[in-house]
Design a protein around this ligand. Sequence first.
Ligand SMILES: [Zn+2]
Length: 390
Amino acid sequence: MTTTAVTHIASLVTNDPSLGNGTPLGLIQDAAVVIEGDRIVWTGESSKAPATDNVLDAAGRAVIPGFVDSHSHLVFAGDRTEEFNARMSGQPYRAGGIRTTVGATRAATDEELSANVARYLAEALRQGTTTFETKSGYGLTVEDEARALRIAGRHTDEVTYLGAHIVSPDYADDPAGYVDLVTGPMLEACAPHARWIDVFCEQGAFDGDQARAILTAGRAKGLHPRIHANQLSYGPGVQLAVELDAASADHCTHLTDADVDALGQGSTVATLLPGAEFSTRATWPDARRLLDAGATVALSTDCNPGSSFTSSLPFCIALAVRDMGMTPDEAIWSATAGGAAALRRSDIGRITPGARADLVLLDAPSHVHLAYRPGVPLVSAVWRSGERVV
Ligand SMILES: [Zn+2]
């Protein structure tokens, strides 16, 4: 098999604390990485790199692991420009929010939906994202939810069944009936096409008891739980996530001390999605408080057409450093190794022998530039599974 070395990396983020400077990022200066097939086979100082078939000289630039975006909603059609414009112009917006996207998504063909996923996937890849999770949740019928998951599965292995995004407009007068559908025939149709089950646990969406019923039904069908929790208000989502050993509690914007303690002690990752707070002018989640309590924190985009229409993890990193109390090192870790933890994956989010060869070459001497130079397209090359894709 062909081997390729990337040499003279000014600063290499490995996310292996046993390497380099001993911090969680495992930084190695003047480093090299050797790729063979789809795997990393060697990491260390550039002067000690073994001979390889090909060599690419990084010429004093930084390399980080490919970003792991563990939370997105990419199977949708339509656009909500007017809603965003009204919100940012201080005008009340009276159209249907998620319902607008549900209508457009139901009306779209499979090909249109798949092309849309591919488009945003390519956009994210250009910004360094090599793994992404995506969800259903804009179909809200048995057929439309199963279709969304089949389409998502053409583009990623990390597929999440979110029939419980909101109560379907078709069940506006019968939310209990909708929960029966989500935990019954819809789950039956969707489980073969998903790895995860998710629920929007929030006032106006699903309460704690409904969320528990939905997640435990999914678990009985072999799906693993993750939760939209404590985004708009205090609530039971985080505690439920920890109790059910969910891989991740996502948003975590409104947390009590007990919620923070639970995340600090459990194995559930706290996934923060600052694109949502940015796009809705809401209060930022307090990453510092979670980190100080010992929680594992991930950063993701929540890319969706309503509340966070960004596919850019560099943008989220900059927000997290500026407004959420994270250091640049912590934010980079959370967008790579943190995302991998939120997907319970050990083969991605790090640059060590045996890991999948997902690398990002930055047009900068250090990963810190991702926060230091916000909005600047610093990603100059991307490898995914050993193949150079950007
Ligand atoms: Zn979401």
